[in-house]
Each structure stands twice: as C-alpha cells, then as structure tokens.
Design a protein around this ligand. Structure first.
Ligand code: F0G
Length: 460
C-alpha cells in the first residue's frame, strides 16, 4: 500500500519516554486538560504543531558551521537571499525572527483601519495583528472548505471569488485594503489553493488596484498538490510552480518553521521596492538589522539549505503520502476526518466523532484529551475553544464552522510506525465513543482569540 518509504535514513535519534495511563491522567489533571500545559517530555508522539519541529538534514547541520555572524552584510544573508529569490521569483528579501513578525510588518503596511482584509482563512497571528490595527479581517474560503462532511474537493483552500465581487460591489473597492491567500489553508485541514484560483483572485484584485499577499508557510506542499491535482502542471517542476504562484502577488510572508525545514525563522518577500523600504524600517525597529532580521547567521544558512530541500519532489512525495497514510488508516476505522487529507496533518471532525457532545461542550478538545490519555499522543484543538468568539454586543458564544482536532505532522521526524500508533489509538477511542462526555471551560484569559493556550477545563 505504501509504495515509497522515507527518502532519508536516520543518523541521530532522540529518545522518547513511554508513560503509563495513570501518569497521563495525573498530568492531564494538573494541566487542567489543556494540551498546551503538558510538559513536552511527558508526550510520546507530539502532533501539537508542524511548526519549528522539523528534523534538519546533515547538509543543514553542516551549513550551521558556516554561519557568518557579522552584524551587517553577513555572507549568510546573501546565500539566503539567493535561495529565496530562486524559489519565490521575487527580488527583495527581509528575514524576520519567525512568521508572525513578517505578519506584523505586512499588517502594518497592508491592513488599514476600518477596511477589509480578505482571506481564504486568515491565520490567527495575522488576524490578531489586523484587529489591533482596526482592520476587518474576513474569511472567504469556498463553502465546501468550511463543511468538513462535504465531498472531497481537490482545492478546499480556494477563495470564493463571488464573495469578493459582492463585497466590492456593495462597499466599493477602496474599502478593501488587501487580499491574503494562505497556502495551504491551515485552518480547514491544510487544504491547497489551486493556481487557477490564485490567478483569478489576483486578476480581480489587480483590476481594482487591491494588492495581493500570499502567506506562504506551506508553499512547497501547496505546489506539490498543484502538480499532482491541477490540469497542466504534471510536467512542471515544483520551483516552476512556486514561481508562478508568487508571480500573482506583490508580497509574500512566510513562517519558515514549516516548509523551510528549520526550527526558527520567517521571511518577508516582495517585488515592490517602496514596500521593501518600509518593511526594512519596521524590521530594524522590531527585528534587527536588515541582513539578519532577528536570526543568527547560522539560522540564515540552515534556512537557505532547508528551503531547497523543501521543494525536492522525492521529499514532498514522502511528506504528503505520510499524511495520506494516516488519513487512510483512520478512514478504514470509520474515524471521520476532513477529506481529502491535507498537507501537514490529519484533521479529525469532532462533531461527527462525538455526535452526542454539543460544540458548547468542546467535542474536539475532549478528543485531544482522550488521545493523550490513551496513547501519550498530543494533538491540538481547532474548534469551539480555539476559534470560538463572543458576540461583541450580547456577549453570547459564537461557534466556528470547522470543529476539528488537528494531528499535525512534523517534517522528517516520525515514522509510519508512529502513524500506526496514532491510528490504532483513535480507532479504539472511536469504538468506545459513546462512553465519552463533554467538557466545561472553567478558565479563560482576557483575549478570547488566544484563550486556547491557557484555558482550563473540567471533565463533565
Ligand atoms: N501563517 C500560517 C499559515 C501559520 O500556520 C503560522 C503558524 C503563521 C503564519 C505564524 O508563523 O509561528 O512562525 O510565527 N502556525 C503554527 C501552527 C504555529 O501550529 O499552525 P510563526
């Protein structure tokens, strides 16, 4: 069934601790049933994120030694710049300490008070930045991208163009300050955006003088899906595809902790010289001088190499197939997931998994707790807690369309035997699903959109 094994061998290992169910129950209680509050050393397989958790290659580790730590004009910056230009096809590169710093600079330059910032589904850190600046961040992903039970569609990350047209018609184009396309779309399953959609959104935006930005954290996974699924791209290389993707935008931001295959770093990339000058000023104030942007020279070296390894087709085939392997195994046991399986993990549908637990009792969070309790596997809730909101007038809870548990897969870290552990445990929980009850939120911090990091729960 699984035709290709990992296109690497393991040179160094990191020991994992196996623990008992009793221990995990105790740690869950101490963490108030919040996975973010569990100590990482007490986790057997950590799927809370795919961010900053990649295993670096021997080439990257040796590149670290070449790091030029000069404050200004570091040799390592120029290597990174060339690597980024090669993949993005854009001329100007400003490194940042991680993705949200690039988001911040981008929001400062493109989000405007009282104006709309349209996206497929904005990632939290841009949304937070936009809201602080008083911009109106709206999600216009296609309808079947919000409906986790809907028919599999090859590009569930696409933007619904008719929704943009309607907004422009109703409010006027000058009320829209930017369109941001997140590739792949993290919030609904790591679902890709097609080239056709990027091109059409861009043409529409350009015709109204609205700038387009791409949030490119998972750019090579998106390019691989285009190559595999979209007509006309089968014989194109991943780099040809990434360059075409970015040819339709003015600026891109990237959390390089994902497809950059490094543990820290971000990028702000643009073709607009004026925008670059402003970005550099913001970087100097908040990040560091323009040729290091809050990173060490060695980090720049590792990223220059990692970006190129991330667009390698053999690597991408392994990467996407590992997620698919887990998704297929779960579906065989009847576990309801967002279909098709996305790029950086598998998203289990909490509502269909526990149909007797209402969203007000956090079904996906209950599943996160059950999975850790049974198998020491840590996933993350992307549902009523993380994406829930409060009506600003009535204070009533608003529940999100997507109610899921994300099993995020770190790059080049876990084997398919680890995937089997996850699939077996979830299959078992699913067979016993009737025995689970919901949860009660007993503590939340002052900012609702960030409450999942520190929330406290009790089991009902
Ligand atoms: N954009 C997207 C699409 C992301 O998924 C993330 C981070 C960021 C921006 C912010 O980048 O973490 O480097 O500051 N996503 C992580 C996740 C945290 O778990 O999905 P950062």
């Amino acid at each position: 069934r699984f035709m290709t094994a990992e296109p690497f061998r393991i040179k160094m290992v990191e020991r994992l601790k196996k623990t008992t169910k009793e221990q995990r129950q105790q740690w869950l209680k101490e963490a108030r049933y919040n996975a973010f509050q569990i100590k990482a050393e007490n986790v057997y397989i950590d799927c809370i994120t795919d961010s900053g958790t990649s295993a670096m290659s021997s080439e990257q580790w040796s590149a670290l030694m070449l790091g030029d730590e000069s404050y200004a004009g570091s040799k390592s910056f120029y290597k990174l710049e060339a690597s980024v230009q090669d993949i993005f096809g854009m001329p100007y590169v400003q490194p940042t300490h991680q993705g949200r710093a690039a988001d911040y600079i981008m929001a400062k330059l493109y989000a405007k008070e009282g104006k709309f910032a349209i996206g497929n589904m904005h990632f939290d850190t841009f949304r937070g930045n936009a809201e602080v600046l008083g911009a109106l961040a709206v999600d216009y992903v296609v309808d079947n991208g919000k409906d986790t039970a809907s028919q599999p569609h090859p590009f569930k990350g696409n933007i619904d163009i008719t929704k943009i047209e309607r907004l422009i018609e109703e409010k006027g184009p000058e009320q829209v300050s930017v369109v941001i396309i997140t590739v792949t779309c993290n919030n609904n399953g790591g679902q890709p955006v097609s080239m056709k959609n990027i091109r059409e959104v861009s043409n529409l935006a350009k015709s109204h003088n609205i700038p387009v930005v791409i949030d490119a954290a998972r750019l090579s996974e998106n390019a691989y899906f285009i190559q595999q699924r979209e007509e006309g791209y089968k014989n194109k290389s991943i780099k040809e595809i990434t360059r075409e993707m970015f040819s339709y935008c003015e600026t891109a931001t990237m959390s390089s902790k994902k497809d950059g295959l490094v543990n820290i770093g971000g990028l702000f990339v643009t073709r607009n010289e004026e925008i670059l000058k402003h970005a550099q000023q913001l970087a100097i104030v908040h990040e560091g001088f323009i040729t290091y942007g809050g990173l060490a020279g060695r980090d720049l070296e590792a990223l220059a190499v990692g970006l190129q390894e991330g667009v390698d087709e053999q690597y991408l085939e392994y990467r996407i197939n590992q997620a698919k392997y887990l998704g297929d195994r779960l579906m065989e046991s009847g576990v309801p997931i967002i279909e098709p399986t996305g790029g950086h993990g598998v998203y289990v549908d909490g509502r269909r998994f526990f149909p007797h637990i209402p969203q007000s009792e956090f079904p996906s969070q209950r599943l996160v707790v059950a999975l850790y309790e049974e198998a020491g596997v840590r996933a993350v809730e992307l549902g009523a807690c993380a994406f829930g909101a409060k009506d600003p007038i009535t204070g009533k809870d608003i529940y999100p369309d997507v109610e899921a548990m994300r099993i995020a897969l770190s790059r080049r870290v876990y084997t398919n035997s680890h995937m089997d552990v996850i699939a077996n445990a979830l299959g078992e929980i699913y067979r016993n699903r009737d025995q689970y009850k919901g949860m009660k939120l007993v503590y939340e911090g002052p900012i609702t959109s960030l409450r999942h990091f520190t929330a406290g729960f009790e089991l009902l």
